[in-house]
Each structure stands twice: as structure tokens, then as C-alpha cells.
Design a protein around this ligand. Sequence first.
Ligand code: NAP
Length: 498
Amino acid sequence: MMTLVVASLVERGVAGVSRSSKRAFDAGADLVEVRLDHIRNIDRNERLIHEARAAAEGPAIATLRSAGEGGRSQSKGKARHALLREIADAGFEYIDIESARDGPMLEQLMSSGRRSRTIASFHFAKPATKERVRVRLKRGLTEADVSKVAMPCENAAQAVVLAELALELAKEPKPFALMGMGIQGQLTRACASGMGSKFVYACLEGHEAAPGQLEIRTQTRLLDKDRVVLGLIGHPVSHSVSKPMQEAALRSAGMSGIYLPLDIPPRSMNKAIVDTLFDIGFDGLNVTVPNKHKAYLICDTRRSSAEASKAVNTLWRRRRKIVGDNTDLIGFGRLLESKKIRVADAETLVVGAGGAARAACRVLSDKGANVTVAARRAKPAEETARMCRGRHKVISSLRAPGESYDLVVNATPIGTAGTADERSNLPVCVLRNARVFVDLVYNPSETLSMRIAKSHGCKVHGGLEMLVRQGEAAFEIWTGISPDVAKMRQAARKAVSR
Ligand code: NAP
């Protein structure tokens, strides 16, 4: 099934429909959707319906979205039906009929032998179960030529449910369109073709008709065979700067594609979700807090860095098998090299015992450093230390005098902007005595711990370089191309300083 890009036109007058439809077709749209409910006085002046049809200079869908389903049309009952009949006479290629409101009208329209085909659409007001969406979609398939269901998505796991359903219905003889609303629903737009959706709705720049719609050119390019769809699985993901950074890499490599932040709560993170994302067309995924260990567990094959750290931050699929790597090790190694931090025989302290800490410990021990791991709980500290034959402590014991390290690495979220830990810092006695301090936190670019360490004459480095270099390694894995690191760094820096 070929997916068609439908440009939603939300104009107040007929002249606007004419102007915007030209722009939409120039940008690559296959059809335009004339949102008749947005045209002033349409409920009172039926002539405007015909004028709007003539103004849309190509194949068009007529939509009279009612206020109850997120539109502006106030007409109800007989008045609404009269308007729909008029719309059916106006020569649109498709008429969008609201399944819940216009059911009886649908039969009339389909049996009247008019030229327009029908789209039975249903808009959920809040996230619904797969079964409820299935019932609605199937009902639309019996009612009209195309069945369309839209559902708001609070997280990407809900959008993946829509994708699963689409894959299950792939053999339906009639076409359907299934879409998730909002940023977290965007994966259903980026992968509309992989989901088998007949239509995907897009907008002119700055004229979003529904939350999460992509701009027409972007949406059109996402239907190209060689486009690249990437994403970041985490919870939360709104703070991440990987999107601008990886999209800069795509642009500078001359590739079209998109990188989507996918909020997947830890309770929903499983192999089926990741498989579905690859099934509908994702080329690669990053994984961040708190899903890196779960990502490690669901892999069919793991690279040595993933095994060494028991964490995975990069996923891809080869011959239907999920493969995982932890490019944080490469990222941390490249950070040390680029800042000329020599660690052979150095006394090093890694604070934290999560995925990033394990990556740092592994790199440090491989480079010949003596490693001490400090965490707020003894057990994870001990387990992490065992992986690099290091010593372990609890953070509270670091307050003792005499703690002195050549290198201290913060691998906890302490100091991260927008979190409860933003105004916290590592114990001052550790920062005071360190020669070099590396904070893996990259937002803000200078944390409170970095300021304290600097004020005691310590050399400090933030986590941005590691972020860029782990991203560089992930990009190489997914695309086989070395990205422009300077462009990635510039984009990441700009996003952090926003
Ligand atoms: P993780 O697997 O969730 O581990 C977080 C670690 O920090 C755990 O040991 C946790 O201890 C500890 N922790 C959390 N809050 C703490 C607090 N208030 N005080 C003391 N310890 C605390 O996360 P991760 O992937 O290792 O990431 C850790 C940090 O590194 C994050 O801020 C992340 O953004 C950053 N990072 C940066 C890069 C980069 O490229 N720059 C790459 C990876 C990670 P408990 O187990 O007791 O909760």
C-alpha cells in the first residue's frame, strides 16, 4: 500500500485555500485536506464549499471537523447532514465523515453514487487500549472506503500499540490510516509507510492542524526508500539534545531522516516494543536512563562493550536479530583522548554505579588506571568495582579527610538541569583534592561540582564531548558513515545553551 501525504489546510477563507494548496503541492503533498470547519461562515453559506473545492488546485479531502472532535464546526443534526450532502456534491475526491456522529449519513453518501469516496474517522479524546482502537478501526472499515483513527499519545509506548495494531491489520483488503497525536505519537507519522497507513497528514510550516504533524517536505522525504529513522528510548527524554545533534549529522552527511525522542516508561520497555519499532522502519535506536540495562537484557547479540558494562545505549537489527552496543565506552575514551587526560597508573574515582559509571570504569581500567567506585549504596558500588577489579566505597564515606585522586568522574545525575539534583554537588573534599574532574552531566555545560572543583585549581571538563563522541560512534554503526563531529558538537552545544 502506497502512503499518500495529505497536507492539512487550516485557512479562514477561500483565497487562503488557493494559496496554501499551491504551496502544499509544490512541497510534495499528494492531496490536500481542506478543513472546511475553519472557513469563516461555512455553516451559513454553502456556496463557500464549492468555492473552496475549486480553490484547492488538486486532489482534495473535505473535512468538516465538529467541535466535539477537536474542530470548529458547530452545526449539528439535520443542519450538519445538509452540509455534508452539499460537500458530497462539490466534487472532492474524499469526504471525511465522523464515524461516531455521521454513521447513518455514511450509508446514504455511499449509496448515492456520488463521486467522492468516504473516510470514516474517529478521534479518541485520550489514550485507549489496543482493543478499543481495533474495534473503532474495524467499524470504519465496514462503513467507508477508508477507516481512519487518531489517538493522543502521552508516551511512545502508546504509539507503539498503534503500530502493533497496524501490523496486525496489514492483510485487511481496505485501506486504513492510524495515527498517534502529539510529539510522542510522531513515530506513527515517521513510519506511516512501514505501518501500512494509506494517508499521513502533514502541515505547511508553522500551520500545524493536529499536534505532532510534521512539515510536508519532512514528511514527504520520510517516505523515500533511503531515509533514516532513528530514535532515543528513555524516560524522560524531553531534556535530551541527541535529536538536534543526530539530525545535524544526518544533514551534514546529505541524508534525509529524523531522530525521535521516545518516552518509554521502564514498565513498558521490552523486546516486543523494540521489535515493533524496527518492524515499522526504525534503522537505529539509542537508549538512555533508565532503560540501558533492560536494553542489554533484550538483545539477541551484544558487542563486547555492552558485555563489559552490562548496559546498552545503541540498538540496531541485523537479520531480524536485535544487536546492542554501549558506545558510552567509545565516547568516554574519546573524551579522555581529546582532553589529553592520561590515566595509566593514576588514582581515579568514579562516583555512581549505573551504566555510565560502568562504562567509565571499564575504560579507565583498560587504560591502566587504579579505580575506586563510590555509590550511595554499597552493593551496586561493589558490583561495579568488581567489573574493573577496583575498590568500592559509599559516597558518605568520601567526606573523610585525605581522599585524594588524580581524576574524579561524576557518573551520577547530580547537577543535571531541571532535576531535583540540579543544585547538588559531589562532596567538596573530593573535588578540592582532585587534579582533574570530569562531569558526565552535559546540561548545564558547567555544573555546581565543576565550579567548586575549578575554584580549587582543578582542571574540569563537562560531559558534552562524551555525548558527541558516543553519538558519533552510534551514527557510524547505524549508517556506516563517519559523521561531521564539528557539526554535531555545534548542534549539541546550541541545544544545551537554550
Ligand atoms: P543510571 O544507570 O540510572 O545510574 C545512575 C547512577 O547515579 C546510579 O548509581 C544512582 O544510584 C546514582 N545516583 C542517582 N542520583 C543520585 C544522587 N542524587 N546521589 C548519588 N547518586 C545518585 O544512569 P547512567 O546512564 O549511569 O547516567 C548517569 C549520569 O551520567 C546521567 O546524568 C547521565 O546524563 C550522564 N551520562 C552522560 C553521558 C554523556 O555522554 N555525557 C553518557 C551517559 C550518561 P542509585 O542506584 O542508588 O539510584
